[in-house]
Write a protein that binds this ligand. Structure first.
Ligand SMILES: [Zn+2]
Length: 155
């Protein structure tokens, strides 16, 4: 892709849903899912009812209100929340040459400027896997709704 076409916000939105939806809240994921259902229903109206069941009803008051300004605006609010609450969980694989976000957390080539770092592929894999594990760990803690075990008080 020509580098002048790079749009940071567009790339962040894509990367979030493709690779880090695990750091989104359950409510945010339910909006995303219903949005996908709505897209599918637009292409196959005869399956509308089944899709609402499978993906969640996009006319549900909460979901409809989150999508009122469009899916991108919704995603931008999610990105803002992540930025203020847990930026450390959102691992952005950026090209060291041009600084742009690359395709995936494990990518070793920049589709914007062509820079590549395949010689450090193992390291890149490890960084990406660690980041995804951390995010999934966080999700499990959220889902459990438990506080981490308290340390015994030292005397
Ligand atoms: Zn680059």
């Amino acid at each position: 892709m020509p580098v002048q076409d790079y749009n940071e916000q567009t790339e962040l939105r894509r990367y979030l849903w493709a690779h880090f939806s695990v750091i989104c809240t359950e409510a945010e994921r339910s909006v995303y899912k219903a949005y996908l259902g709505r897209q599918k229903a637009a292409n196959s109206p005869s399956q509308d009812k089944m899709l609402r069941k499978m993906f969640g009803d996009w006319d549900d008051a909460y979901i409809a209100s989150e999508l009122r300004d469009g899916f991108d605006a919704f995603t931008d609010r999610v990105l803002q929340r992540i930025e203020s609450e847990c930026p450390e969980l959102f691992y952005l694989n950026r090209c060291e040459a041009c600084g742009h976000l690359v395709a995936t957390p494990k990518a070793c080539i920049c589709s914007w400027c062509g820079h590549e770092w395949f010689s450090r592929r193992d390291e890149q894999d490890r960084i990406a896997e660690d980041a995804i594990n951390r995010a999934e760990q966080n999700l499990r803690e959220q889902a459990g709704g438990h506080q981490p075990p308290t340390r015994p008080e030292s005397t």
